[in-house]
Design a protein around this ligand. Sequence first.
Ligand code: ZN
Length: 370
Amino acid sequence: MTRREMLQAMGMVAAAAAVSPGTALSKSMPKAPGGGLLKSDAHCHVVDFIQGSEGLKSLIGHMNKAGVAHCQIMGLPVTKKWDRVDRKPPTYYLDNDSRVYFYGSTDVDVARAYQALPESERGRLHPFLCGFNPTDQYAINHVRRMFDWFPEVWQGIGEIMLRHDDLTALTLGETATADHPALDSVYAFAARRNLPVQLHSNVGNKRLGEPVYLYEVENALAKHPETTIILAHAGVSRSFSIPTITADIKGLMTRRPNLWIDLSWVVYEECVAPGGHVDERWVDLVETFPRRVMIGTDMIGHWSEYAAAIGKYDPFLAKLGPETAMRVASRNFLDLVGATKRTPATADPGKEEQPLQQRLSLLSSDVVEV
Ligand SMILES: [Zn+2]
C-alpha cells in the first residue's frame, strides 16, 4: 500500500467514525469526548513565534484527549526578533515593537519532526509548508526546494501570512497581499498537485468597518480558479467589526467555488459566537456551503489550551444539521488532504505562470531543470 493509499484509507476510517461515533476505531484513534463528533483540526501551528514547541508527540496526546483524529500541522513563516534594547525576551509577536522576519527553516523543523514519528501517527498529521516571504518573486523556489527535500511530506501550502494588521506592521518589507504576483507561481504549483493553499488575508481593517481588502482575495481566486484557497478565519482578525461580513463572505463563496474558509481563532469568539451566543447568520452561511467550511485550533506550539480551542465549536456544531456538522467538524478537512483527488505532479510546465529557467541545486553539481 502506498503512503497516499494509506492516508486515504485512514481518512475514510475517520470519516466513517465521524458519521457513526460508535464505529470501531483502530487502537491509535481517539474517541470523541461524551460521544460527540470526532474532529479534524484544520489549522494548527506546531511552533510559536520564536519557533519553539512542545512537540508532535505531546500534540498527539492532546489530540487524543480532545477527540481530534486528524490535524493539520505547520510552522510559522515568521519569527520574532529579540532586539538589543529589549531587556525582556519577546515570545509573542505583540510582546513589543521588535520586528518579525521570514524564517524558512520552520518547514525543515516540521518535516524532520514529522518524519521522526511512527507511521501510525504520521497518518493523523497533515503537514503544510509556509516558510517563505510571499512578496518575494523567488518564493516558489523555496516551495520547490521543500518538495525536493521532503517529497513525501507536504499535503498543502500555508498558512501564508498576508494582510494581518499588527503583524503586517511588524513585518520587515513590503505589504503582502493575496494577489501579489509573487504568489502566482505558488498558486499554479499547488493547482498542478491538487494541494490546498491556506491564506491569512484580512478582508478589512480595524477602523473602517468595511471589507476594503476583499478584492485582493477575489483577484487571487479569479486568477487561479483551479487552486483551492482556504481563507483562514474567514478573513477576520482581532478587533474587527465588519457588520456585513457574513454577506460579504457568502457573496465571495458564491462567486468563487474554489474558496474554502476556516473558522479558527478570534473569528469564532468575535463573530460566530460572541459572548457564547451563536449568530444565526453564520449558521446560514455554513449551511449554504456545507462542504467548504472547517474548524481549527490555531494553536502555536503549546498545547495546554488545545482541548478548549477545539471544544469551543460544540455549541456551533450543535446548531448545524447532522450532516453539515459532521462535515465541518471533520470530513471537509479529510476531503481536502486525505481522500481528495490529489494526483502526482504531471509534466505540464505550460501551466506554470513563472517558468523558472534553471537553478543550481546544492545537493548535486548538476543544473536542475524545473
Ligand atoms: Zn494561524
